[in-house]
Design a protein around this ligand. Structure first.
Ligand code: ADP
Ligand code: AMP
Length: 216
């Protein structure tokens, strides 16, 4: 199964992707995670991307298209993958079609997670992840069952993203509406788009996504 999760920053794409990974044995391909890893490793791509990411703007299509294309060739992607945060521009969507066709692959679904703007500040400012395994949490909406201990791996170390603040979120949202939201029409016109209510509880969003996937 190959699918795209679309939605503004904080919509719940990563949260739902982690659940799909566990349930369906497919991999999560988050361009944000890949770019953050490149920044941490101080690779050439990381050095080029850091300032752009810190400002909440979009990294160039050329860079993200290349990292996704290379990643999709890995063995662990054979059973399928979830594109989380990619494609994010119409040029990236076109490149995705070409890339998948060249690799003899196709998409099964594009799922838009719809969330009102006013909850996004709370979603991103309360977000943190396990520094060891990457499991996602939230200060109020999704705490670990034991305070300060990751449910998945037991680590007591967590981290927050430098771009998860109200000011940078404004720039990221502008980029979303200007560059990414046209993809909703792009995939709707192809008959591939399904939308779920991302304002619902996390479990309810998961259930709605499973209904969509059962039909593809
Ligand atoms: P995205 O990957 O779309 O940027 P995340 O999945 O990281 O968003 O979610 C942002 C934050 O909101 C996380 O801290 C997550 O725990 C929380 N969250 C995700 N989905 C929901 C939901 N349906 N209701 C409340 N909080 C949510
Ligand atoms: P995310 O983790 O999806 O919120 O992405 C964090 C940041 O990484 C974004 O604000 C962009 O700077 C960059 N980024 C992630 N994915 C893409 C993409 N597909 N195209 C351009 N920039 C991206």
């Amino acid at each position: 199964m190959r699918l795209i999760l679309l939605g503004p920053p904080g919509a719940g794409k990563g949260t739902q992707a982690q659940r799909l990974v566990e349930k369906h044995g497919i991999v999560q391909l988050s361009t944000g995670d890949m770019l953050r890893a490149a920044v941490a490793a101080q690779t050439e791509i990381g050095k080029r991307a850091k300032a752009v990411m810190d400002a909440g703007q979009l990294v160039s299509d050329e860079i993200v298209n290349q990292i996704v294309s290379e990643r999709v060739d890995s063995d662990d992607c054979r059973r399928g993958f979830i594109l989380d945060g990619f494609p994010r521009t119409l040029a990236q969507a076109d490149a995705t079609e070409t890339m998948l066709a060249q690799k003899g692959m196709s998409l099964d679904a594009v799922i838009e997670i719809k969330v009102d703007d006013d909850v996004l500040v709370d979603r991103v400012s309360g977000r943190y992840t396990c520094a060891n395994c990457g499991a996602g949490y939230h200060d109020t909406n999704m705490k670990p069952s034991v305070d300060g201990v990751c449910d998945k791996c037991g680590s007591a170390e967590f981290k927050r993203r430098p771009d998860d603040n109200a000011e940078t979120l404004r720039t990221r949202l502008q980029a979303y509406y200007k560059e990414t939201s046209p993809l909703i029409g792009f995939y709707y016109a192809k008959g591939m788009l399904s939308s779920v209510d991302g304002m619902a509880d996390i479990d309810d969003v998961t259930a709605e996504i499973e209904v969509v996937l059962a039909a593809v």
